[in-house]
Design a protein around this ligand. Structure first.
Ligand code: SF4
Length: 231
C-alpha cells in the first residue's frame, strides 16, 4: 500500500521524481499503458530516460490508424525499448463480426461498447494482471469524466492503484514539453486529431470543439471506451 505520506510526496514532486518515487514503491509491479497519444509519449520519454523499472504496453485493437504503427516503431527505436502489444482474443472478434458486422459499432451504443470491451477492455485486463500500480496519461481537462480524478487513486474494480502523473497538466504544458524534448508524436495531431483512437471511430475536430468530440462522434455522449470508467 502507498502510505498517505508517500502519496503526498509523489503528488508534490516534479514529473520525473514522482515517477521514480512511485516505481520505487512497487518496483516489479508497476505498468504503463500507452495509447501513443501525446500525453503517453511524454511519460514514455521520462520512463525511458530514467530507465525506470516499468513494463510498458499498448493495446492493438486491430482497427488503428496506419500512423499509429509507424509511431510505435519510431518510439521503440528512439528510446531503445520494446513496448508489449496486447491483442484481442480472435474468437471474440470473430463472433462479434459474425453477429454484428465488421462495422457494427455504428449501429448502437451497446454494439459500440461491446466492440470496445472485446478489443480494448478485455486485453487491458489481461495486461494489468499482477500489477499493483497502473500509470496512465490521463489529464483532468480532457473530459468531464476525468475532471475529478486524483493523481493517485485506488481502482477497486481492478484491485490496484491508478497513477495519473499528468492529471494537472494543461494541454499547452504538454505541447511545450513535447517540443522541448523533441518527442515523436502521431502526425495526425497536426491535422486536427486531438484524441486518437481507432480509425473508424475517430475524426478531426474543429477549433473550440471539446477535445474528445472526435471520438464516437455519431453518439450524443459516452465519450469513453470503458478503460477509464468503473466496470
Ligand atoms: S473505438 Fe471503435 S473500432 Fe475501436 S474498439 Fe471501440 S468501437 Fe471498436
Amino acid at each position: 500500500m502507498f502510505t498517505e505520506e508517500q502519496i503526498q510526496e509523489i503528488e508534490n514532486a516534479p514529473l520525473a521524481e514522482a515517477l521514480k518515487l512511485a516505481t520505487a514503491a512497487f518496483p516489479a509491479e508497476t505498468v504503463f499503458s500507452t495509447s501513443l497519444g501525446q500525453e503517453d509519449q511524454v511519460l514514455t520519454e521520462v520512463i525511458a530516460a530514467h530507465k525506470l523499472p516499468v513494463r510498458i504496453f499498448t493495446l492493438d485493437t486491430g482497427r488503428l490508424f496506419y500512423e499509429h504503427y509507424d509511431l510505435l516503431e519510431k518510439t521503440n527505436a528512439r528510446y531503445k525499448i520494446n513496448i508489449d502489444v496486447y491483442f484481442p482474443e480472435a474468437p471474440d472478434v470473430e463472433a462479434y463480426v459474425k453477429a454484428k458486422g465488421v462495422n457494427g459499432f455504428y449501429e448502437s451504443v451497446e454494439n459500440r461498447k461491446e466492440c470496445c470491451f472485446i478489443r480494448k477492455v478485455k486485453p487491458l485486463n489481461r495486461a494489468l494482471k499482477g500489477a499493483k500500480v497502473w500509470i496512465t496519461g490521463l489529464r483532468s481537462e480532457q473530459s468531464e469524466n476525468r475532471k475529478d480524478m486524483k493523481m493517485i487513486e485506488w481502482d477497486e474494480d481492478r484491485g490496484l492503484y491508478k497513477f495519473n502523473p499528468l492529471i494537472h497538466w494543461t494541454y499547452d504544458e504538454m505541447l511545450r514539453y513535447i517540443e522541448q524534448k523533441n518527442i515523436p508524436y502521431n502526425p495526425l495531431h497536426d491535422k486536427g486529431f486531438v484524441s486518437i483512437g481507432c480509425a473508424p471511430c475517430t475524426r478531426a475536430i474543429e477549433p473550440g470543439e471539446d477535445p474528445r468530440a472526435g471520438r464516437w462522434w455519431w453518439e450524443a455522449s459516452h465519450k469513453e471506451c470503458g478503460l477509464h470508467v468503473h466496470q
